[in-house]
Design a protein around this ligand. Structure first.
Ligand code: G6P
Length: 482
């Protein structure tokens, strides 16, 4: 650990997230190597951490991989080791087969297993201990996302001197859904170990506050929770509020202005046979993203003859995700059958209806795709924020392109009325809007994109983290105890 200006040991800002911002690989020679890893959270936090002199505690992404803390990109990376069994029960199980579907409005049925929760608790304790070992006295620890909701309370027990923040990157469900969770009380108490609990939307914060009132004895007033101790005496105060996340807007803007990316965007269109309209979907292959609904609508538009494959094409990037979880395997099969059927029925030699790419790409290629696409389709059934929508806007310095955006994203709360909003469950409504997007007049496109860029370019991820950390550190630590 570093020695701070005040002579104390440890890091003043410690980020705790399930993943480190790098992926490890072990070579044939047994050498451990690392590269950047994908994911919205990483994209969001990397610039923040590069500026602060901080430490980042997270999982390496591989089983049983133990590695000493090491310096990278101006921060200390602290790997947490998970066994293969823990990855199955804590990561694939409780995080992504219990919490993920429950928090996304049970689009897929959540599975409740007591052994999974035991692993979740154990792994959360390991993350809390790793963070406690790195943080300077009185330092700030910022815990991220649904995989680590027990960490704030565990960390407070280990280190009552710390200022603790938690940010939930995904939706927080209505209490009627949340209360299904057999461990609902433990989760709420875990989160209330923080001084500040942040959410994407005001609606998520209210859902959380309602759950606190309904499921615990603690009292709430506005956005403040006052915890009650076992004797019913008022204890600490915890604030719950919305901090809508953003992206490194300048980075995407600059990337899209670079001659290489612009040339690549032209090349993409040429490779596609110079369509009049190129539509684009970019998602992790996840059932929350509404990929099936989108492709179904697209197939029907072709069927109805409202577009044809010679003039219009859809590129669907679906990056591989959580491939050991059953619901994700089923989704992949469904999407691939659907894409195959539509291509078989409507495709012609040299003209595919849908270009389906089960890959992830570096940001340069993403920026080129954004720049090439006339219509961007974001049709999530539920989405905490959706950073792809913001990346598309940041890339369109030329004011071209139309964003079709689901009402069920956090981004819709922020960006309306600039995007064409859709309800992905309403296939007919979505078809009409996709067709309207394809035919939108240049002037109208530019007007909308200018509005969207005004909102997105002003609120980058640095501002987001400053806002969160500002509120977290504003309250003198003593006053967080009544
Ligand atoms: C979402 C979650 C992140 C997660 C990312 C990628 O954005 O909010 O916490 O890191 O998906 O998912 P994965 O399971 O691969 O980490």
């Amino acid at each position: 650990a570093s020695t701070g200006a005040d002579g104390s040991e440890g890091y003043d800002l410690v980020v705790v997230a399930n993943r480190l911002p790098v992926d490890f690989s072990v070579g044939d020679d047994g050498e451990v190597d690392w590269q950047r890893s994908p994911g919205g959270l990483v994209t969001a936090l990397e610039p923040v951490m590069r500026e602060a002199d901080g430490a980042w505690v997270g999982w390496s992404g591989a089983p049983d991989l133990a590695h000493e803390p090491f310096e990278a990109d101006g921060m200390l990376l602290v790997p947490v080791t998970l066994s293969a069994g823990e990855i199955e029960r804590y990561y694939e199980g409780f995080s992504n087969d219990t919490l993920w579907p429950l928090y996304h409005d049970v689009i897929a049925p959540p599975t409740y297993h007591r052994q999974w929760f035991d692993a979740y608790r154990k792994v959360n304790q390991r993350f809390a201990e790793a963070a406690a070992a790195q943080a300077a006295h009185g330092g700030v620890v910022w815990v991220h996302d649904y995989q680590l909701q027990l960490v704030p309370k565990m960390l407070r027990e280990l280190r009552p001197d710390l200022r603790i923040g938690f940010f939930d990157h995904i939706p927080f469900p209505a209490v009627e859904l949340f209360q299904q969770l057999p461990w609902r009380k433990q989760i709420i108490e875990g989160l209330l170990g923080a001084d500040l609990v942040g959410f994407q939307r005001g609606g998520d914060a209210s859902n959380f506050l309602r759950s606190v009132r309904r499921l615990t004895g603690h009292t709430t007033r506005g956005s403040i929770v006052t915890t009650l101790d076992e004797h019913g005496r008022p204890g600490r105060r915890v604030r719950a509020a919305a901090f809508p996340i953003s992206i490194d807007t300048n980075y995407f803007d600059q990337l899209a202005r670079s001659p290489e990316v612009q040339a690549r965007a032209k090349e993409i269109r040429t490779d596609l046979g110079d369509p009049d309209v190129m539509m684009l979907g970019v998602d992790r292959l996840d059932y929350t993203k509404g990929i099936r609904h989108r492709i179904k609508a697209y197939g029907e538009i072709l069927q109805d003859g409202r577009i044809d494959v010679e003039h219009t094409t859809l590129v669907q990037v679906a990056s591989p995700s959580r491939e050991n979880v059953g619901a994700y395997q089923e989704l992949r099969d469904d999407v691939e059958v659907l894409v195959g059927r539509i291509n078989g029925e409507f495709g012609e030699l040299g003209h595919s209806a849908i270009h389906y790419l089960h890959h992830s790409y570096p940001p340069e290629e993403m920026a080129a795709l954004y720049l090439a696409a006339d219509v961007m389709l974001v049709t999530s059934l539920r989405d905490g924020m959706n950073l792809v929508a913001k990346e598309y806007i940041a890339a369109r310095h030329d004011l071209g392109g139309v964003l079709v955006l689901s009402e069920f994203t956090g981004a819709a709360d922020e960006l309306a009325p600039g995007p064409l909003l859709v309800n992905p469950h309403d296939i007919d409504g979505m078809k009409d809007i996709i067709v309207a997007a394809a035919h939108m007049e240049e002037r109208e496109k530019r007007r909308r994109m200018r509005n969207l860029r005004r909102k997105v370019m002003a609120d980058d991820v640095a501002k987001w983290s400053k806002a969160f950390l500002g509120v977290l550190t504003a309250v003198p630590s003593r006053s967080s105890h009544v």
